[in-house]
Ligand binder design. Structure first.
Ligand code: HPA
Length: 269
């Protein structure tokens, strides 16, 4: 799958040996401002590539450098609530794998399930609950990428989490840590759902990331995931979650997220 896209990308981006890819969530596109020697391809110009349709999400694949680290960057992701087949997300991750990517950094905006984790907090994802009812690995398994029944413990690579915490401490960035639960969306949760999710041990809720991480773990990539908490989930406080609030809060926290991820990348082995 996406063979034409791969060919097109190889022809049109000056790839050397990128090993790390970053997927930028809602409002976090500013990250690319810190990159040098930037080249970009709009998703809509890449043959066979899916398009991202959400307001606040761009749709471009970027290539460039942060310090001496060569990166690919997906500015704009594919959400299942847009109607994408979950397998499309696996195809995009496999494309990255074929381009040499062995480490995936995923960011997103999420609602807090904890009163002590207010909007503006960054949360390191240490595990997830896939409550979307969907899975990117459904369908025939391609053994080239991984086994039929991949394990998911350790999907959020421990050594990267440790490093990220070190980098946060060094840069005086408050970093919470917890479990991300994915809902399919596009509606925000009910108060009853939020209560249930918190009892299950989830700390944040959102509508993305999990399919990417499942596909990445399946094909043996190391993964780092960080959420920016943009709101208290429904019923936790008196607020009503909205996309407008999500965008505004993601925007406010974007500089902090950009600093954390940038410093992390610069310090990577
Ligand atoms: N729920 C689901 N997804 C989200 C939320 C939320 O409260 N905030 C940002 N993305």
């Amino acid at each position: 799958m996406l063979e034409k896209a791969k060919e097109f990308i190889r022809k049109n981006l000056p790839l050397h040996h990128p090993e790390t890819a970053v997927i930028l969530g809602t409002g976090l596109g500013g990250f690319v401002g810190g990159m040098s020697r930037l080249s970009s391809l709009e998703y809509k110009n890449i043959p066979g590539f899916p398009e991202s349709t959400v307001q606040g999400h761009k749709g471009e694949l970027l290539h460039g450098y942060l310090g001496d680290k060569e990166l690919l960057c997906l500015n704009g992701r594919f959400h299942l609530y847009e109607g994408h087949d979950p397998a499309v997300i696996a195809d995009v991750i496999h494309l990255l794998k074929d381009l040499g990517i062995s480490r995936l950094i995923v960011t997103n905006a999420a609602g807090s399930l904890r009163q002590d984790m207010p909007p503006g907090t960054l949360m390191l994802i240490n595990d997830h609950i896939n409550f979307s009812g969907k899975n990117p690995l459904v369908g025939p398994n391609n053994e080239k990428y991984g086994p039929r029944f991949p394990a998911m413990n350790g999907a959020y690579t421990e050594s990267l989490r440790r490093k990220c915490k070190e980098v946060a401490a060094k840069n005086n960035i408050n970093l919470a840590e917890g479990v991300y639960l994915m809902v399919l969306g596009p509606n925000f949760e009910t108060a009853a759902e939020v209560k249930a999710f918190a009892q299950w041990g989830a700390d944040a809720v959102g509508m993305s990331t999990v399919p990417e991480v499942i596909a990445a773990a399946h094909c043996g990539m190391d993964v780092l995931g960080v959420s920016v908490i943009t709101n208290y989930a429904a019923g936790l406080m008196s607020n009503t979650p909205s996309h407008r609030e999500t965008l505004a809060e993601a925007d406010k926290a974007a500089a902090k997220m950009t600093r954390l991820i940038s410093e992390f990348i610069k310090e990577m082995e």
